[in-house]
Design a protein around this ligand. Structure first.
Ligand code: FAD
Length: 442
């Protein structure tokens, strides 16, 4: 890229361009170290040549035009909490950090229009003040940006009721292309599928509109069960019970709850635990349902404690894996889809084969309208070969694996990316947006 760095400094102010080693190193990494496989592959990757931190959409467009003109790759980042190495600039060039574009543009009835760099926790706080709330968010909501969630995440707290990102949880996006003169596209409806979970490969999102729901007073609780199977059956029954508003149903096999150090006093030893968030006035219904499966509500937090202190959701989704890794650095994880009609048999087969090598953690979600037992099992890492043996076994018993140990979109098990590839060719003809993350055949 000889010569372009000089041009960069001439064309953009000091406030935007950062070339010092510390900034380049820090903003060229995300949470890929979650995966021992990705850690091995990415820890020695060279940092980006420059970090650009634009303040508005015009500057985003100017940076994209600059990159196009000089053939420089541009990898965008929000808060950098993705854990597949999505935000790592594999071929150097420019990292564009969008966290400074953090304005809430409008909160209206049933929607929020946002600059891409707003943190999800801030959006939810403002929405709750206006009697509403965000529908789905990852367990990293305190730091994660809305643009990063839409472009690099999938679902989270709230997905048990509202599904994942693809289930109507993005209403509109403003996207810039990487061409000689970048276009500003306004994307709605079916077209959004080419931009959701795209790792910034098909365009750069500067604004996004998400739906809001009426605010609910959420209670938090931990339900305990003698067996993991009973905790799963309770989870399914609760997932199906439309009379109970809920946003979290997360069964965990023992010893996973023992990793939750801040909750050590309230966790019951040797029992399975289900982490719950439900409408406060549904407590009697939840207690009755738990009793039907031989369980009981242990730790309980009233709605007025919501977000005031560490909460139940801080131990769910991929935070479960984080707590496991803090206790035992040899732990890693998988992402899996079990079958609704045979998950108990699948669980039995998996446990019979791997015992203490795989501990089960599920998140009940509604995906494409259907209740689904998705899982983020915690796996003891022995070797990459062994990890892929476990994956192969899961697939042999009909458990679908969404491999979290790859940065390539096409290999993450998310299904067809053909239309995304075609869109990339249109919007990014020189293939400069986050290269290496989507395999465009030329
Ligand atoms: P980043 O990591 O900065 O970016 C993610 C991807 O999107 C990158 O490829 C980046 O290039 C691209 N990108 C960012 N902004 C834009 C933009 N404006 N336009 C185009 N592309 C863009 N994810 C979930 O879905 N659910 C969870 O529950 C969840 N739990 C997690 C728990 C832990 C402990 C960790 C470490 C991660 C978890 N994640 C989860 C992954 C991640 O935290 C979330 O997806 C988060 O929303 C990403 O937001 P971010 O701002 O950090 O994005």
């Amino acid at each position: 890229y000889t010569g372009w760095e000089k041009a960069l400094k001439e064309q953009f102010s000091e406030e935007i361009v950062h070339v010092d080693d510390a900034t380049r190193e820090k903003l060229s990494k995300d949470y890929y170290w979650y995966s021992p496989v990705l850690n091995r592959q990415l820890e020695h990757i060279q940092a980006a040549d420059a970090v650009l931190i634009p303040r508005n959409a015009d500057e985003v467009a100017r940076i994209l035009a600059f990159g196009y003109q000089h053939h420089i790759p541009v990898t965008v980042r929000g808060a950098g909490t993705g854990n597949y190495g999505q935000a790592v600039p594999l071929q150097g060039g420019i990292v564009m950090d969008l966290s400074r574009m953090d304005e809430i543009l409008e909160i209206g009835p049933g929607f929020a229009r946002l600059q891409c760099g707003v943190r999800l926790s801030i959006i939810d706080k403002k929405a709750r003040e206006a009697g509403q709330e965000i529908r789905i968010y990852p367990s990293t909501y305190v730091k994660a940006t809305v643009g990063g969630f839409v472009s690099g995440g999938s679902g989270g707290i709230g997905s048990i009721t509202h599904g994942n990102l693809w289930d109507g949880n993005v209403l509109e996006a403003v996207v810039y292309t990487m061409e000689e003169t970048p276009q500003r596209l306004v994307i709605r409806g079916d077209e959004l599928v080419n931009y959701i979970h795209n790792y910034g490969t098909t365009g750069i999102m500067t604004e996004v509109t998400i739906p809001l729901s009426p605010r609910t007073d959420w209670a938090q609780a931990i339900a305990h069960f003698d067996t993991f199977e009973n905790s799963m059956l309770f989870g399914e029954a609760l997932a199906r019970e439309d009379a109970i508003p809920k946003r979290l149903v997360a069964p965990m096999e023992w010893p996973i709850p023992s990793y939750f150090v801040p909750f050590a006093k309230v966790i019951k030893a040797e029992l399975a635990a289900v982490m719950l968030e439900f409408a406060e006035d549904s407590l009697p219904l939840v207690e009755a349902l738990a009793a039907r499966y031989g369980g009981c509500i242990g730790h309980y937090m009233e709605a007025k404690q919501y977000r005031k202190t560490i909460g139940v959701s801080d131990f769910t989704w991929n935070h479960t894996t984080l707590w496991a890794m803090k206790t035992d650095a040899s732990m890693t994880y998988l992402q899996a889809g079990f079958k609704l009609d045979s998950y108990i048999e699948q669980i039995r087969e998996l446990k019979a084969k791997f015992g203490d090598e795989v501990y089960l953690h599920f998140e009940w979600v509604r995906s494409g309208g259907a209740i689904t037992p998705t899982a983020l099992p915690v796996v003891r890492f022995r070797s990459e070969e062994r990890l892929y043996e476990i994956i192969a076994f899961c697939e042999s018993i009909g458990v679908k694996i969404f491999d979290p140990h790859t940065w390539v979109l096409d290999h993450g098990g998310r299904g067809e990316v053909g239309s995304m590839e075609r869109k990339k060719r249109e919007n990014d003809p020189r293939g400069l947006l986050n290269p290496g993350k989507i395999m465009v055949e030329t």
